[in-house]
Design a protein around this ligand. Structure first.
Ligand SMILES: [Ca+2]
Length: 214
């Protein structure tokens, strides 16, 4: 009991409080500055497609469609080398303008991000557009936020730019800014090539925080 009393006196000692408060303030300042350090920097390492997790077929960090899943069957996905640089791109080829091919990833969001920008580069060569799909046809990147219960948060999801629907001869850059819902813990990205045939090369998917909640 005497020992407990001694410890209590020690813990409540004014000098101790004097030290604890600045230490806590420093710790909080450190967390805030760690978040601020993310601003204007790409925080998504898997968007280069330069690293493969299974031979050269699967891009690290992304999930390919199940080949037995019928609607997503009509497409071929590969990682292709860009010249002799060793850098790779994701390539999807679709022989028919029906159905869809999707490649997805779920990225855990660092806390306290207020707004972010998603961008990517695309070289789309659409040969034929299929029937209009209310969800959008052509090829592009779709972003969706999820909460901690793995539920999609309505209202903030959407295409990064617009889906490409033409045969482009040059790489195009698309970007979109999103307000991050306060309850968002995961950002899901899907490359969707739907109701269109042709081939697409995609590279440099980036997620860049623009501001932090103070
Ligand atoms: Ca690359």
């Amino acid at each position: 009991m005497r020992l407990f009393g001694k410890l209590l006196v020690k813990a409540l000692h004014p000098m101790k409080t004097l030290f604890t408060v600045p230490v806590l303030a420093l710790l909080l300042a450190h967390i805030a500055s760690a978040q601020s350090a993310l601003v204007n920097k790409n925080i998504f390492p898997e968007g280069t497609f330069d690293v493969s997790s299974e031979g050269s077929k699967t891009p690290s960090g992304w999930t390919l469609p199940d080949p037995h899943d019928k609607p997503y069957k009509a497409g071929f996905i590969a990682l292709v080398e860009k010249g002799t640089s060793g850098s790779k791109e994701l390539k999807i080829t679709r022989p028919e303008p029906t159905g869809a091919t999707m490649v997805g990833t779920k990225f855990p969001l660092p806390p306290k991000i207020e707004r972010l920008r998603i961008s990517f580069r695309i070289l789309a060569k659409i040969i034929e557009l299929g029937e209009d799909d209310p969800a959008g046809n052509g090829v592009g990147l779709y972003a969706r936020f999820y909460d901690a219960d793995n539920k999609a948060i309505p209202g903030v999801s959407g295409w990064v730019g617009s889906p490409s629907k033409t045969a482009d001869t040059e790489w195009q850059e698309h970007e979109q800014t999103y307000p991050v819902p306060v309850n968002a813990t995961v950002l899901e990205l899907h490359i969707i090539f739907r109701s269109a045939s042709g081939e697409v090369n995609l590279d440099d998917v980036q997620i860049v925080p623009l501001s932090i909640i103070k």
